[in-house]
Design a protein around this ligand. Structure first.
Ligand code: TRP
Length: 328
């Protein structure tokens, strides 16, 4: 099982609900690798290498703080595994430019970033590098969100083309393990994003959490406590559904809110308590680890070393297909 994250900023509650929680739960069941995809982050952040470098450590801290255990999960850094880059270069020969331009996720990202015609070539090709990530670990299971399905499809196309070239399977096909929790909205009800500042970071302080909960979008028509309120599209309920384990009580609150008689202030107070309780131990663990960056670097180094030996064996098999193994 392989997952990855671009180190472009601190991880937030959306990552926790959609993915991190699952990784913690599954790490004792599956052979799991988590890749910090710094090369992928650089494809659209080449002007900010120091930011990417800094965020590698932040993301690793987030992993460890939520309970990813480096003795069972391999935490690896993409740029520390050069075999992945050589795999990418070879896979690029199996993909057409037209195919790269058709990837719907990349298309919408290009639009979002306003690249217009000035698309960094590495950015257009990052799904190929992601195919190298996935196959470089012979991963068959990739827990991701829906936006990553086109990457899985493109990976399997490469896997099949490689097999037909070789006349036998070289690396296995993979499938996505889609998260069952719906995507967590930002506090304003829009898609959670770093640039909008509408997400709650796992490292948020108690005050930040309180302020963000206070600012959450509820139901603009729910003016007086006695007014009936809407639960659908209400951000507070989306977060309670994701993080309040007392599901029966949350259902009762929804009923009460719909009928009228439950105010936003009381509702937000409950969510604040739930999130403070969730994030307090994570923040404490994070602070402890942040005090020893050398230990975190050592974890990344040893994970990357372990990951490298697997990727080297895959690369050797792929070099064989291209008749490249005779010369060294
Ligand atoms: N593209 C993924 C994202 O934006 C990150 C990623 C890089 C990834 N390599 C991966 C995800 C390999 C799954 C498998 O979140």
């Amino acid at each position: 099982m392989l997952t990855g994250d671009r180190p472009t900023g601190p991880l937030h509650l959306g990552h926790y609900a959609g993915s991190l929680r699952t990784r913690v739960a599954l790490q004792n069941v599956h052979d799991q690798t988590i890749l910090i995809a710094d090369l992928q982050a650089l494809t659209d952040n080449s002007g900010r290498p120091l930011d990417v470098r800094r965020n590698v450590l932040e993301v690793a801290l987030d992993y460890l703080a939520v309970g990813i255990d480096p003795s069972v999960t391999t935490i690896a850094l993409q740029s520390a595994i050069p075999e992945l880059s050589e795999l990418t270069l070879l896979y690029l020969d199996l993909v057409t430019l037209a195919r790269l331009e058709r990837n719907p996720t990349v298309r919408s990202e290009i639009e979002l970033r306003g690249f217009d015609r000035d698309i960094p070539a590495g950015f257009l090709a990052y799904p190929v590098s992601q195919a190298a990530d996935i196959t470089g670990f012979r991963a068959t299971l990739v827990p991701v969100g829906e936006d990553q399905l086109p990457m899985i499809e493109q990976t399997n196309e490469i896997v099949r083309r490689l097999a037909s070239l070789a006349g036998h399977e070289v690396v296995p096909e993979c499938r996505a393990l889609l998260s069952t929790t719906p995507r967590l909205p930002g506090v304003d009800g829009r898609k959670a994003s770093k640039s909008l500042g509408n997400a709650i970071a796992l490292s948020a302080s108690p005050d930040e959490i309180r302020d963000k909960v206070h600012a959450m979008f509820t139901d603009p028509a729910h003016v007086r406590v006695s007014d009936p309120g809407r639960v659908e599209g209400n951000v507070v309920f989306a977060y309670l559904d994701a993080f309040d384990s007392r599901h029966g009580e949350v259902e009762n609150l929804k009923q009460q809110y719909r009928n009228g008689g439950l105010g936003d202030v009381a509702l937000k107070r409950r969510l604040d308590e739930v999130l403070q309780a969730l994030l307090e131990p994570i923040r404490a663990r994070r602070a402890l680890l942040a005090g020893d960056p050398g230990a975190v670097l050592a974890i990344i180094r040893s994970g990357s070393r372990r990951a490298r030996s697997g990727a080297a064996s895959v690369l050797s098999d792929v070099r064989d297909v291209f008749c490249l193994n005779d010369f060294g």
